[in-house]
Design a protein around this ligand. Sequence first.
Ligand code: FAD
Length: 382
Amino acid sequence: MTTIQELLAANERLSKEVLAPRADEVDLSRSFPRLNIQELGRAGLLGLTVPVEYGGAGGSMADAARALETLGAACASTAMVTLMHCCGTAVIVAKGSNELKRSLLPAIARGEHLTTLAFSEAGSGGHFYMPVSEVTRNGDGLRLEAQKSFVTSAGEADSYVVSTRKAGAVGPTDLDLYLVAKGTRGFEVGKSFEGLGLAGNASAPMKLDSVELRDQDRLGPEGSGFQTMMGVVLPNFQIGAAAVSLGIAGAAFQLSSAHVTTRKYEHAGSAPLAAIPRVQFLAAEMALELRSARAYLAETLRRAGSGDPEAMLDILGIKAKAAEAALAVTSRAMTLGGGSAYGKRGGLERVFRDAQAAAVMAPATDVLKEFLGKACLGIPLF
Ligand SMILES: Cc1cc2nc3c(=O)[nH]c(=O)nc-3n(C[C@H](O)[C@H](O)[C@H](O)COP(=O)(O)OP(=O)(O)OC[C@H]3O[C@@H](n4cnc5c(N)ncnc54)[C@H](O)[C@@H]3O)c2cc1C
């Protein structure tokens, strides 16, 4: 059996040899990185966090974060697809029925099944925990009407963890999560919204028009969707998204460092740009952003892993911190990269665009700061 260490080593090799060389092409053609996902699946990486009893590697959130940071540095679109797959997988593991787990998790572990989250809606925007979609009882079954606004891997994933108000909901957080298979009758994918960055993540709206569901398709008991979002999705997404942001920031740091240490002026002899104190100062600022965000991610993982009651504060904070670090580092990297960074096919312009997504992906940085401020002040979040 492949160990987690072997899987993480395979992830590093694939990121360097397969994903990074294709990253500009994925971005420029705005195409879903199907080949990358197939290679990751074949290597067992789509099953990194699937429990061993279902054929996975049984990896932790810390293992997933390590893998996602490496993927983020190589091809952020592929990293985002993998992050959403990991979040969907976490919900299936935690809340799927035994029948569902037996039928899906071995396929996920073998790299034959890609999943994702379909939470965000135009009606509630970045406040994804307040969907306006409705499920209604229809005889013995259920019928779902949902309009999802941005779904990563839309039409590419094999299954979708979909949020909705529960049948007969009263309060705004009376939610359920259902697993909907691609191609179910009433399942429609809209036109890609052509994002600024992460151009290959196949992000698009989805409509679920009178989709027939069974109680067995629900992930967890009726009405438990909000708890699952907060207890399962939030930690996995926040930590994974932070890791992807740090991968992007690390790539920007590497690319701009390579530029300033090799770029020389004919009029100035052999000294590279890196000899200029202001350039050193910017490099130091980037290093500080990266190193402090990495240390905070490690601390968040430590607290989350040890069941520390304060872990939720860091789970709220880490995505905001890493998103801001990625914005700061990529912006300075663009300055240091000069004209070549500004053009396509050097990598820097791509990672600069990729870094922008983290600040607006729900929960957005500003929303997280509102939550964190409330939590620090003892004010209820909802
Ligand atoms: C690349 C990408 C991939 C995505 N993938 C998925 C996916 O796979 N599944 C999925 O479900 N969703 C996904 N999303 C959607 C994402 O999670 C957000 O829901 C979406 O970006 C929010 O967009 P909106 O236009 O509705 O934001 P709006 O709700 O209009 O918010 C705009 C801004 O208002 C501010 N704001 C809002 N509320 C507050 C507040 N209370 N306090 C302070 N400021 C506030 C924030 O700055 C926020 O960024 C993705 C988004 C992106 C960009």
